[in-house]
Write a protein that binds this ligand. Structure first.
Ligand SMILES: [Zn+2]
Ligand SMILES: [Zn+2]
Length: 222
């Protein structure tokens, strides 16, 4: 199943490259927007799956159990084989890859955002693993990304493991200020987060393609 999803992701990429023109400006907008939107998404996903109450929904149960187990034994994430860790993101990205391949393959922005989504969701897995890796064992590239703010800081993520009520981001923490503002209105136990998680999951590629459309509109107005 995971291999099929990987192939679908590659097919989405192929569709992207076989497509017509794609403004460089749009690609840049996507590149800036994707790390933010994926950080927002990972935080919303994390808030939802940290909620033990949702074990009663059987499709969510294995993921909720996984997240709660991570709180009990945080360092185990560094022992999971890398390939397995990266493939876990296909649970979310496969749906959007299928849409890109089968339906919107003529739309470069949706294909490109699918690519960005796959890339940054896997970066989030790496970033989270890096946050739990002892300093002496961190890969130099991950350390560099952490020091430049493109990956989570270890201290930042450890804060989550102390309180379980903040710092839910798992990619870079860029969306944390927005999440904290939303937390003022919607506590972590609120069903709001599950609704946003569900809505984001099924429309992720479409939502992440927004900057592409925005830049095209901006350019045509220019
Ligand atoms: Zn957590
Ligand atoms: Zn963690």
């Amino acid at each position: 199943m995971l291999y099929v999803c990987s192939l679908l992701t590659l097919a989405a990429l192929l569709a992207l490259f076989l497509n017509g023109s794609f403004a460089k400006e749009a690609a840049c907008f996507h590149l800036l927007f994707a790390p933010f939107s994926m950080d927002f998404y990972t935080a919303v996903l994390h808030i939802s799956l940290d909620n033990g109450e949702y074990q009663k929904f059987s499709p969510l149960r294995p993921y909720v159990v996984d997240f709660l187990n991570h709180h009990v034994n945080p360092s185990s994430v560094t022992l999971t084989p890398l390939w397995e860790l990266l493939c876990q993101t296909h649970v979310v990205s496969a749906w959007n890859s299928v849409i890109s391949v089968l339906w919107w393959s003529s739309n470069t922005h949706v294909c490109w955002s699918t690519f960005m989504m796959v890339l940054f969701s896997q970066a989030a897995q790496l970033s989270h693993r890096n946050a739990h890796t002892p300093a002496s064992r961190k890969h130099w590239l991950c350390r560099c990304l952490e020091n430049t703010g493109f990956f989570l800081g270890t201290k930042f993520h450890q804060q989550h493991h102390k309180t379980y009520s903040s710092n839910f981001s798992t990619l870079n923490g860029w969306a944390t200020p927005l999440i904290l503002v939303l937390q003022e209105f919607f506590p972590v136990a609120s069903v709001f987060w599950l609704v946003v998680f569900g809505a984001c999951t099924v429309t992720l590629a479409l939502w992440m393609s927004l900057p592409g459309w925005a830049s095209v509109l901006l350019l045509s107005w220019w």
